[in-house]
Design a protein around this ligand. Structure first.
Ligand SMILES: Nc1ncnc2c1ncn2[C@@H]1O[C@H](COP(=O)(O)OP(=O)(O)OP(=O)(O)O)[C@@H](O)[C@H]1O
Ligand SMILES: O=C(O)C1=C[C@@H](O)[C@@H](O)[C@H](O)C1
Length: 347
């Protein structure tokens, strides 16, 4: 969807604009245009090409075997459980295959991404939106946009967490009636039951990774951007004189993420699908590549959607006992049809 194109509700009504105390005027796809569809993106394909050349050179003889294994037994080899995650040609084909099947049955249903800070909701969400030809929203970004582009950390500090959560719920509510959206929510959006009421109108996907992986990512990004992690930590930047070392910041982030996940796990578990972030081999430290996470998500959503379709078909496959006798049933003719005077009180 082009960035300027107006969103449409499922009813086909265009977005209302100029409503006060509403985010509607801001509800334009903000970032989907940054990635082209997975198979065609120069930004993705170019680095992958060079990376693939390196891998191919290193593994040329192995690759033939791996490809054959992938065809033969769904790719599960002792070396790498999912060889297509290392071979982006293969992954591209698999993404296309699953997207082609899913797009027919998804029928514009929204995809909501939930998960802890650093799980990659925004990164995966943008690529997913382009692959499905959906628009992309990030609730944190919409809130920032609505507050003169002030960062989330400043809104937390000035207006408080409750206020932030109200804004988040308002956006979730306003986005839910639209179609063809991928929405990356803030890590805490799962805490409010009212948000679930809206998110469950679509498909909710939990990006779930080890807290050690999440801590590595958020520490690299800068913990100060995440107010719930920065709270109580030394203000000095990592590596600054007298400040905590990068390793200390990462350890502190991990410990906070552990306790947040403990509180939130039961909410995340309400998601329709769980998408693991785990990476193998060279990706063990950084987690599975974004395209691989997206493929895992597409596969899980497709399984869900196809199961629902089978269930619906099954429900239609019934027979009315004694249906052959229906033709003998007598029905009462209404007084109006007989042309009779209506009974008192029934006029
Ligand atoms: N598959 C991946 N491999 C390596 N790094 C990744 C991957 N996905 C995301 N990242 C990195 O992890 C960091 C967090 O990603 P992102 O902002 O998408 O997460 P998020 O879930 O939206 O986080 P938050 O809820 O805190 O906004 C970013 O630096 C991003 O580049
Ligand atoms: O996990 C959380 O509670 C948060 C995650 C971020 O995305 C922001 O929404 C905010 O920093 C709160």
């Amino acid at each position: 969807m082009a960035a300027t194109q107006k969103l449409r509700k499922s009813s086909g009504a265009p977005v209302a604009s100029g409503q006060s105390s509403s985010y509607a005027a801001l509800l334009r796809p903000v970032a989907a245009q940054r990635f082209a569809p997975f198979t065609a993106s120069p930004r993705i394909v170019a680095p992958l090409n060079t990376w693939r050349q390196r891998v191919d050179a290193r593994r040329a003889p192995v690759l033939v075997v791996v490809r054959a294994a992938a065809d033969a037994n769904d790719g599960r080899t002792p070396d790498h459980p999912y060889p297509w995650e290392e071979d982006f040609d293969l992954l591209g084909d698999k993404v296309k295959e699953v997207t082609d099947e899913l797009a027919k049955d998804l029928k514009g249903c929204n995809i909501w991404l939930v998960g802890m800070m650093g799980s990659g909701k925004s990164t995966v969400g943008k690529m997913l939106a382009n692959t499905l030809k959906y628009a992309f929203f990030d609730t944190d970004s919409v809130i920032e946009l609505a507050h003169d582009k002030r960062p989330v950390s400043s809104i937390f500090a000035e207006e408080g967490q409750d206020y932030f959560r109200q804004c988040e719920s308002q956006i979730v509510k306003e986005l839910s009636p639209y179609r063809n959206l991928v929405i990356a929510t803030g890590g805490g959006a799962v805490l409010r039951p009212e948000n679930w009421g809206y998110m469950q109108m679509g498909i909710v996907c939990w990006l779930h990774g080890d807290t050690a992986l999440l801590a590595r990512r958020v520490a690299k990004d800068g913990i100060e951007k995440r107010p719930l992690l920065a709270d109580g930590l030394p203000a000095a930047a990592a590596g600054a004189e007298g400040g905590p070392s990068a390793a200390e910041l990462e350890a502190a982030a991990k410990s906070k993420l552990d306790s947040l996940l403990e509180q939130r796990r039961k909410y995340y578990e309400n998601a329709d699908v769980v998408v693991p972030l785990e990476g193998f081999g060279r990706d063990a430290e950084s987690g599975a590549p974004t395209a691989a996470v997206m493929y895992r998500l597409l596969t899980a959503v497709n399984e869900k959607v196809q199961a629902k379709k089978r269930e619906q078909a099954e429900r239609m496959n019934f027979r009315i006992e004694g249906a052959e006798q229906l033709k003998n049933m007598r029905t009462m003719e209404s007084p109006a049809a007989r042309g009779a005077e209506p009974l008192e009180g029934q006029a």
